[in-house]
Design a binder for this molecule. Structure first.
Ligand SMILES: [Fe+2]
Length: 475
């Protein structure tokens, strides 16, 4: 079985193909093989802003998602027809970015007639440990440290997990970025601080470790960041912020963050009697964190798994692998699958594809907004709402959302707005409005037609350019 995974939660567009192991031998407990894992990062476009700009990230996803799908298929040397399952990051992440991946996944699921499974990005980071270490067994502790998340999970199996602790304010990666900015370093801050702090005295600048309370497994990093800011401000006033001092401040800060992460992770593993810890997310690439985790693991007799470099960053291989594991456990999502921005909002997912959805490609949207509720907001009958849904290929919550957002005075004005759109985009009308009579095979043909049209357009442009070049050379 081959799973196509899509990841677009932040600034990385990634598409991967994953083939699960048909039979697991005692020697190889890995869930399967990564056939390809293509990652495009729009990081360089965000650098000058000192952080990820959601709008830029979403646009980059729109531009790169299809090239990534093609590159992934080419790398794995397979065609779309051989895909058996589509897995996609459902959240947490930037909503605009998530929507691009989710839309692409839905389109592929619909066109290929293959099942769709939504995957949680944070859980996928933890599950990537299973791809890296064939001997890893459930239950284990997952520590996710990145620019967006810092939390610990007890993973009982791919489907069931328990949150043991999470950050009360900044994520660890976010603190690295902010401290890098305070020190006048580039973005992202993690690799810069890691490079600067290497081999430096960690004791000259001591920043207190926020442990919160004795029993708490939660984190807090904003205090360390403020302490660094105050220290740097004092040094600047005394003109003592030399390059060497910057290195030592970076080393002191990094040591404090790593100490907290290591202490809490091992406290959690001992309290819950977990014999293995998987460290995932971008910050897991930090050399000091790795050294300290490994040293403590040797002392405590605990196994520590750091996924390989390619699986530490945001990638679709972990999404595809977890998607397959969840599918095996019975998870199915319909075309009503919706993204969620924050961890813990998983329940807003799509649920199983209904017969009506399979027929029409439309979501009944039962998890997002009740039809009765939406009709109430719009002050129309449920039948009239369903007519709108079917005529405009939109979901009930979108209709109600548009109504509230634009403060449309009445439903007729809303209908007119869509009527105008339909006139402006007659082609879209042809493809989408007669969905009830269009079979899946026809959908596929129409998609293929659309791609051919694009190829034809490019070929014509190249021929015109070549012709112009010949004319200019003759003159
Ligand atoms: Fe991530």
């Amino acid at each position: 079985m081959i799973t196509l995974g899509i990841e677009t939660s932040c600034d990385e567009t990634s598409v991967a193909l994953f083939k699960n192991s048909a039979t697991r031998t005692p020697a190889d407990l890995r869930p399967g093989t990564i056939l390809s894992n293509v990652v495009y990062s729009s990081l360089k476009e965000h650098r000058r802003f000192g952080g990820v700009v959601p709008e830029i990230a979403s646009r980059a996803h729109v531009e790169t998602i299809l090239p990534c799908v093609r590159a992934s298929l080419k790398k794995a040397r397979i065609t779309l027809k051989r895909i058996d399952l589509i897995a996609v990051t459902q959240g947490p992440g930037l909503m605009g970015s998530l929507l691009v991946g989710i839309s692409a996944a839905k389109a592929l699921s619909l066109a290929l007639g293959k099942p769709l499974v939504g995957v949680d990005h944070v859980v996928a980071h933890v599950y990537s440990g299973c791809l890296s270490d064939p001997l890893l067994k459930f239950p284990f502790l997952g520590l996710v440290v990145s620019g967006g998340h810092t939390l610990m999970l007890r993973m009982d199996d791919p489907k069931n997990f328990l949150v043991l602790g999470q950050t009360a304010d900044d994520a660890a990666g976010e603190a690295f970025d902010k401290v890098a900015k305070i020190l006048g370093l580039g973005y992202p801050g993690g690799p810069e601080i890691d490079r600067l702090a290497r081999g430096q005295n960690t004791a000259r600048f001591f920043f207190s470790r926020p442990i919160l309370s004795k029993d708490s497994l939660d984190f807090s990093f904003s205090g360390i960041k403020t302490a660094v800011y105050t220290t740097v401000l004092g040094l600047k006033k005394k003109h003592r912020l030399t390059p060497q001092v910057k290195k030592e401040v970076a080393a002191g800060f990094q040591e404090a963050v790593c100490d907290v992460l290591v202490k809490k992770a091992f406290a959690a593993s001992q309290r819950h009697r977990l014999k293995a810890i998987v460290v995932g997310g971008g910050v897991s690439a930090n050399s000091r964190l790795r050294a300290k985790m490994n040293a403590t693991a040797r002392r405590c007799g605990t196994q520590v798994v750091f996924p390989s470099a390619g699986l530490c960053q945001d990638n679709a291989a972990m999404v595809a692998a977890l998607g397959w594991a969840l599918y095996k456990e019975g998870k199915r999502d319909g075309l009503g699958l919706a993204g969620y921005p924050r961890f813990g909002q998983q329940s807003s997912g799509g649920g199983e594809m209904t017969e009506s959805e399979k027929e029409t490609g439309l979501s009944e949207d039962k998890n997002l907004l009740d039809v009765h509720q939406a009709a109430g907001i719009l002050d129309i009958s449920e039948k009239e709402l369903w007519d709108l849904v079917h005529a405009h290929q939109v979901q009930t919550h979108n209709i109600a959302g548009a109504f509230l957002r634009f403060r449309t005075p009445d439903i007729e004005a809303l209908k007119n707005r869509w009527r105008i759109e339909r006139e402006l985009f007659p082609k879209r009308e042809r493809y989408f409005s007669h969905h009830n009579t269009v079979t899946r095979a026809e959908w596929f043909e129409k998609l293929a037609d659309f791609w051919h049209f694009n190829d034809f357009y490019i070929i014509c442009s190249l021929l015109i350019l070549a012709l112009l070049a010949v004319i200019i050379s003759f003159q």
